[in-house]
Design a protein around this ligand. Structure first.
Ligand SMILES: NC(=O)NCCC(=O)O
Ligand SMILES: [Zn+2]
Ligand SMILES: [Zn+2]
Length: 479
């Protein structure tokens, strides 16, 4: 069935213009002024609101087995939360269990995601190295539609990999035309600092933050940048939370390296003082890695979004109930790391970014949708309002208001780290591939409606890197 959205301003990352949007089935087929409605088409009056591409959250963890427990939002409820806030696609981290192959983990994730209400794609985590991992990376890229591999430089004794594995895996990424992702924190230093605090009887959640200072993130980001450069693969630093990490990325980009940075909405608007709250529950709810930072780091992250040295805003949505958080009542190391945010990412970024004048509406679209689509290679299927693109469309009312409350949220947990935030600017209608998926925050999409988004490797990147490496490789002296 056809759908015509009239009377709005289409906001893409590069341009805003008054235009109607015509959808046929799952695709946008025309964008222009005064479009004719085909017979039987549904006509929606945008009433002067913005018409934007559906959001893409490039970093989520649905029903992830992590730190001895499973994150509370599964693919159904996580994607429903996403849709209610304007995000139509998530990219989730597929993390193999111990001794599990990458391909088996991928299959598990495909099974878990069948209940998704919104669209989804994956990053695959490399948590060990062997000939099989190397082979599987090829199969994952060439036959399973995933072109990104994640590496944890922290979580020692669990997911962490060392520099040897980083270099091997990054070289493989370069061969395959894949992007390497890193969780950048020096896991060895963190583990020792944690032990030292516990030995001193310092067990509260504030020591989670004190054991992971900005410098451990800056060092790891810089190290990953150097290793990726030597391997010749593009690098994407997830949850960039601090000035030193952002500066390492900005420096690398200024030197011509292909490095991307992803701040989280949490790190942009929340800060370390939350861990000093007298309520243990309040502080533990906000335990995540990297932790919230001293407020001064926020200016650097906002500046990065404005300057283009940071490209995308994610959530790292990995939600745990209070019962799960209390596993770490006597030892901050046992508090499951992670917070929610999927339904709040776009509205909070609009209020804190666009209403404050830090971002234009076009930059908002770039940070919430278009840049992720481009970097991860799902553009122009996703991330843009143009003919041929999936009809993932958000009608955004810049005047609509709401106060965030866990009582009315879609996520299955009983608190919200943005509780009490007053927002202006909300999605009023969200379409997923042409179907109404959420209206005024109420989810209309159903379990199982989501679809896997396959992403091809990046041959242009890989080819450019190969030529550069060949041209700059050490040459033997003819004697
Ligand atoms: N970020 C976090 O604390 N939990 C999820 C896993 C990760 O991304 O490190
Ligand atoms: Zn991480
Ligand atoms: Zn994460």
């Amino acid at each position: 069935m056809a759908l015509l959205i009239r009377g709005g301003t289409v906001v893409n990352a590069d341009l805003s213009r008054r235009a109607d949007v015509l959808v046929d089935g799952e695709r946008i087929i025309a964008v222009g002024e005064n479009l004719e409605a085909p017979a039987g088409a549904e006509i929606v009056d945008a009433g002067g609101a913005f018409v934007m591409p559906g959001g893409i959250d490039p970093h989520t963890h649905m029903e992830l087995l992590f730190m001895g427990t499973v994150s509370a939002d599964d693919f159904e409820w996580g994607t429903k939360a996403a849709l209610s806030g304007g995000t139509t696609t998530i990219v989730d981290f597929c993390i193999p269990g111990q001794n599990q192959s990458l391909v088996d983990a991928y299959r598990d994730w495909r099974n878990k995601s069948e209940k998704a209400a919104g669209d989804y794609s994956y990053h695959l985590a490399v948590t060990s190295w062997s000939d099989q991992v190397e082979r599987d990376m090829g199969e994952i890229v060439n036959t399973h539609g995933v072109n990104t591999f994640k590496h944890f430089m922290a979580y020692k004794g669990a997911l962490m990999v060392d520099d040897d594995i980083l270099f091997r895996s990054f070289k493989r990424c370069a061969e395959l035309g894949a992007i390497a992702l890193v969780h950048a924190e020096n896991g060895d230093v963190v583990a020792q600092m944690q032990e030292d605090f516990i030995a001193q009887g310092k067990t509260g959640p504030e020591f989670h933050a004190y054991s992971r200072p900005p410098a451990v993130e800056g060092e790891a980001a810089q190290r990953a940048i150097v290793i990726a450069d030597m391997a010749g693969c593009p690098l994407y630093v997830v949850h960039t939370s601090s000035k030193p990490a952002h500066e390492a990325i900005a420096r690398a980009r200024a030197e011509g390296k292909r490095v991307f940075g992803e701040p989280l909405i949490q790190h942009l608007v929340l800060d370390e003082t939350d861990y000093l709250n007298k309520s243990w529950d309040h502080a533990a709810q906000r335990v995540m890695s990297p932790p919230f930072r001293p407020k001064s780091h926020q200016d650097s992250l906002w500046a990065g979004l404005q300057a283009g040295s940071l490209q995308v805003v994610a959530t790292d949505h990995c939600s745990f109930t209070m019962e799960q958080k209390r596993i770490g009542k006597n030892d901050f190391r046992m508090i499951p790391n992670g917070t929610g945010g999927l339904e709040d990412r776009m509205p909070v970024l609009w209020s804190a970014g666009v209403n404050s004048g830090r971002l234009t509406p076009n930059e908002f679209v770039a940070a919430t949708s278009a840049n992720a689509a481009r970097i991860l290679n799902m553009y122009p299927q996703k991330g843009v309002i143009m003919p041929g693109a999936d009809a993932d469309i958000v009608i955004w009312d810049p005047k609509a208001t709401k106060t965030i409350s866990a009582k009315t949220q879609v996520s299955r947990i009983e608190y919200n780290v943005f509780e009490g935030f007053e927002l202006t600017g909300l999605p009023v209608k969200v379409y997923l591939r042409g179907r109404l998926a959420a209206e005024n925050g109420q989810v209309r999409a159903e379990r199982g409606q989501g679809r896997f988004v396959s992403r091809r490797p990046l041959p242009a990147f890989a080819e450019a890197q190969r030529r550069l490496k060949a041209n700059t490789a050490p040459k033997a002296v003819a004697r």
